[in-house]
Design a protein around this ligand. Structure first.
Ligand code: ARG
Length: 566
């Protein structure tokens, strides 16, 4: 695969003896505009080592640099050495690379088969799957795809919130105010209203909280009635979650949630005791973290029951032993940052050298018209509602624009769901998002449907041409600036994938796709593809095909389908 920076770094390394190729490679930059060349070396970075002024270095190197197949002009300009690529060679190589790699274009083997555990989605049983969990699900799913595409072996874990005091609350609420038939009918919604009722009532009658804690203690001790109710709530919830995952096209390698660690926590608690990390505090067992500027990490409550952190610590050790991971990534809201900092510290104090390979990937709050979503107060937008609304709206658009479309229902689902996922992944994950129907369902502008539509346009052009794509074409005919620009964008895709992986930031791919779609559409509007001249048509079609491949690959990496017709 052509890498212009490597070509240049190679050329420079024989001229700059005091530095190796990698150092030179890392100094190279992409200039802000095309008249400054395609790649630039800021020579001030070399002044200290070479003991010369940047301008003199640039001047000297420009005289010595040996031009090659890909670089046909080198210029020195105010301390920068600017490299200009041979457009024809560049276009030819890039388009050929994309066509040859096809659905692997952008992939790499940088992960070397090492394992990454990605802990994502993790909704809480008996609570609805809301837009906050949607964020975790789509970010995690995209990271899974990006890491896999980069040569890692990924293990996607759904660390379900299926254990904890909240089940005690639910049991109390069900036993007091619940009704089997109503739960069967209302499913999660009914469970949720029981949960909400519990909180309302507990405000007036705090004894309910004690009762709830007792029920959770019973669960942890294996009480059969408690466990039977818990299992029932879990089954109801899983059914709904599964429906959402099916619509989103997301799956997991493991559903080992918090309850999975119930019988594994004692060993870890013993280990913490042996390592003398636990301390008594008002009857609870805690780990003091004051000297690290954090509140203590509570491991056992005074009634002997375990906590979220106890289960996370146990899960990390279990995963390390089971998967021998290189990295373990946790995708949750930024509100949990302190929780992760605390127990990551505990792992370090326990002496696990790999604790540095645990990474929290936080994301911003999802609010609804500026108000934080809270299950307790019942203020949630159910994800299923959002998805079905998006699909409904897409169906209306298709009915209006293209009523004869084949597989209408399937395409409406692909585009409606794509719109929701794309909007969720369009800004940096750490930014808060205010959920609004208009924005999610806006099909114009920088959206998923726009990118999907552009991809479908590439497919229909190829189909219409009736031409067989052989991979051989005359790149010398692609001389328009729109063509060159499009090729440059195609060329940057592998770098975009690795950047998104390093920064754990799927929005880098999302934004790239908007740029690519815009570059493609600019090309498409300026230059006719289906022309009389066969050779020209073949060359432009090759570019169309390369664009279609790259759009589809990028969409796949953010978990969105790329239908051929819309
Ligand atoms: N169930 C949690 C929540 O809804 C997220 C769990 C994230 N994973 C973890 N290992 N803590 O907030």
């Amino acid at each position: 695969m052509l890498n212009i920076k490597t070509v240049i770094a190679e050329g420079l390394s024989s001229l700059i003896e005091s530095m190796d190729m990698e150092q030179i490679y890392n100094m190279l930059e992409i200039p802000p505009n095309d008249d400054m060349g395609d790649v630039a070396l800021p020579c001030f970075k070399l002044s200290k080592t070479l003991k010369k002024a940047p301008a003199a270095i640039a001047e000297e190197l420009s005289g010595k640099f040996i031009k090659s197949q890909y670089i046909d002009k080198v210029e020195s300009l105010s301390g920068y050495l600017n490299f200009f690529v041979n457009k024809k060679e560049f276009i030819c190589s890039v388009v050929e690379d994309v066509l040859a790699a096809n659905d692997r274009y952008g992939s790499s083997s940088s992960g070397d088969g090492k394992t990454v555990v990605i802990d994502f989605s993790a909704p809480n049983i008996a609570k609805p799957f809301h837009v906050g969990h949607l964020r975790s699900t789509v970010i995690g799913n995209s990271l899974y795809k990006i890491f896999s595409f980069s040569g890692y072996k990924c293990v996607g874990v759904n660390h379900l919130g299926d254990w904890g005091t909240q089940f005690g609350k639910l049991i109390v609420a069900y036993k007091r105010w619940g009704d089997q038939e109503r739960v069967k009918q209302g499913q999660i919604k009914e469970l949720m209203s029981l949960y909400v009722k519990f909180h309302e009532e507990a405000e007036l009658n705090p004894e309910l909280d004690d009762e709830a804690r007792e029920w959770f203690v019973k669960m942890e001790r294996g009480d059969s009635e408690a466990l039977r109710l818990w299992q029932w709530f879990k089954d109801i919830s899983m059914e709904e979650f599964q429906r959402v995952y099916d619509v989103l096209g997301v799956s997991f390698d493991s559903y080992a949630g918090e309850s999975f660690y119930n019988d594994k926590m004692q060993a870890v608690i013993d280990e913490l005791e042996t390592k003398e990390l636990l301390k008594e505090s008002q009857g609870a067992r805690i780990i003091e973290l004051e000297q690290y500027g954090m509140p203590p990490c509570i491991i056992l409550k005074k009634d002997g029951s375990t906590l979220y952190a106890t289960r996370d610590i146990t899960a990390a050790i279990y995963r390390k032993n089971t998967y021998a991971f290189e990295k373990c990534i946790y995708v949750t809201g930024a509100a949990q940052s302190l929780h992760f900092q605390q127990w990551f510290k505990v792992m370090e104090l326990m002496g696990y050298s790999w604790s540095g390979n645990l990474t929290h990937v936080p994301f911003g709050i999802v609010s609804l018209g500026g108000e934080k979503l809270s299950t307790r107060k019942g203020k949630v937008v159910l994800l299923e509602e959002i998805l079905s609304e998006a699909i409904k709206k897409t169906t209306e658009v298709i009915e209006a624009k293209n009523p004869g479309l084949k597989d209408k229902e399937k395409v409406a689902r692909q585009i409606g769901v794509g719109a929701v996922i794309f909007s969720d992944l369009s800004s940096n994950r750490i930014k808060d998002v205010s959920f609004s129907w208009e924005e999610v369902l806006n099909f114009d502008g920088e959206t998923g449907p726009y990118v999907q539509y552009t991809h479908a346009r590439t497919c229909s052009l190829i189909k219409k041409s009736g031409m067989e794509l052989t991979g051989s074409f005359n790149a010398g005919l692609l001389t328009a600036k729109e063509e060159y620009r499009l090729v440059k964008t195609l060329y940057s895709f592998p770098g975009i994938v690795s950047q998104a992986m390093e920064e754990l930031e799927p929005s880098i791919v999302t934004r790239y796709l908007v740029d690519l779609a815009q570059d493609f559409n600019r090309f498409y509007h300026e230059l006719p593809v289906l022309v009389e001249d066969h050779e020209l048509q073949a060359a432009r079609l090759a570019l169309v095909a390369a664009s279609g491949i790259t759009l589809a690959n990028g969409l796949r990496l953010i978990g969105i389908d790329a239908p051929e017709r819309v």
